[in-house]
Design a protein around this ligand. Structure first.
Ligand SMILES: *Cc1c(COP(=O)(O)O)cnc(C)c1O
Length: 383
């Protein structure tokens, strides 16, 4: 088969199964309003959970950072790209989350790949929740270590997989809040299983950091555990982008030697690190945002139950409405779009086959009228 044939067959297959993906250019920011094709929509698809992507103090911090440091870092952190802005933010994060060290990465995707690929060797086992994010699963599949998957949030299944793997070291992989289902992991029980088996635990808290727990310290802090590796990302509640790996001094020094995504990639712009410091302050003092978000979640779930919409077992900002068939999820998203609501249909392979869904995300920027309007539209469109 030629390259051309291979590409055109893959595209035909995607089209035939209603899983062809397209993008929509957004004409403004990704805040409460999503503007596309010169029309405004109420946005229920953004991960900007606290509404910080347009926060004036954070925007201003970026501008000041750019005025001071320029717009780019100019190199890998191992050469000359690591600035005192990066260093200060890493120290603030480590102190805030109670770890010895934090290392900044340009994305959560890269942080997960880097940590897993630097740690896992041939005789090791990576034991992952079945619903772990693509960035972890992909790194685990590419690693020479054995990959074992346990049933979602099922500690007994985790224990069974731990029993089956012997030889090298074991690293358990899970998330704080799962990105497509919105449910939280039983981290205290998982941490206990990890400790008892002499394994290490790595938690990706992309959707918990900033949103959950005291000062928004995230899922691990809330469940009173400290995994060996914690990954937090800044593209969601922090309203920016980038990520950090939190770990011990020794592990950080090891990653600085062996994490290829750090060594062979340009560091994030210092101005971004400056803006992330401002975002951290807003997050720490942001209980008002978290309370508003919690009210919106409560309002949405109450309303949805009254309308007999089938909710998932999620108490987070991610409230999936599982539809099943790909085409049904696309049709539902299209009907809502006509009514002025921007929601994204999420289809396999992002989610398991037969579980296409509308991934509704609520944020602190939504008003109670927005939630009421969404509920009404969902009732009409799904009914
Ligand atoms: C978004 C996300 C990532 C990727 O983070 P980026 O900074 O966007 O690359 C990793 N893990 C989870 C669970 C995510 O939801």
């Amino acid at each position: 088969m030629s390259w051309q044939q291979r590409i055109s067959e893959a595209l035909s297959e995607r089209r035939a199964s209603a899983s062809f993906r397209t993008r929509q250019a957004n004409m403004l920011g990704n805040g409460r309003i999503f503007m596309a094709n010169n029309r405004e929509y109420l946005n229920f698809s953004s991960n900007d959970y606290l509404g910080l992507s347009q926060h004036p103090r954070i925007v201003e911090a970026w501008q000041k950072g750019a005025a001071e440091f320029g717009v780019g870092s100019g190199g890998s952190g191992h050469v000359t790209g690591y600035s005192r802005a990066h260093q200060a933010f890493e120290e603030q994060l480590a102190g805030w989350l109670g770890f010895e060290r934090a290392l900044l990465f340009i994305s959560g995707y890269g942080a997960n790949q880097a940590a897993i690929s630097a740690l896992a060797q041939k005789t090791d086992a990576l034991i992952a929740d079945r619903l772990c994010h693509a960035s972890m699963i992909e790194a685990a599949m590419q690693s020479p270590a054995q990959l074992r998957r346990f049933h979602h949030n099922d500690v007994a299944s985790l224990a069974a997989q731990l029993d089956k793997s012997h030889g090298g070291e074991r690293l358990i992989l899970t998330e704080g809040i799962f990105s497509m289902d919105g449910d939280g992991a039983p981290l205290a029980d998982i941490a206990q299983a990890s400790r008892q088996s002499g394994s290490w635990l790595m938690v990706d808290d992309a959707h918990g950091i900033g949103v959950i727990g005291d000062e928004g310290r995230g899922s691990c802090h809330q469940q009173n555990i400290r995994p060996e590796i914690l990954v937090v990302t800044f593209g969601k509640a922090f309203g920016g982008s980038g990520a950090a790996v939190l770990c011990s001094e020794e592990t950080a020094n090891y990653l600085l030697q062996f994490a290829r995504h750090l060594i062979y990639s340009t560091a994030m712009p210092p101005a971004q690190a400056v803006s992330l410091q401002a975002a951290l302050k807003v997050v720490q003092q942001g209980s008002e945002y978290r309370e508003r978000l919690a009210e919106n979640i409560h309002h949405f779930r109450q309303g949805a139950m009254q309308l007999s919409l089938k909710l998932a077992d999620s108490f987070s900002a991610i409230q999936p409405l599982i539809v099943g068939e790909n085409q049904l999820s696309l049709d539902l998203a299209a009907r809502l779009r006509e009514k002025g609501f921007w929601l994204t249909a999420i289809r396999p392979p992002t989610v398991p086959p037969g579980s296409a869904r509308l991934r509704i995300t609520l944020t602190a920027a939504h008003t109670s009228d927005d939630i009421a309007a969404l509920l009404e539209a969902l009732y009409d469109a799904a009914g």
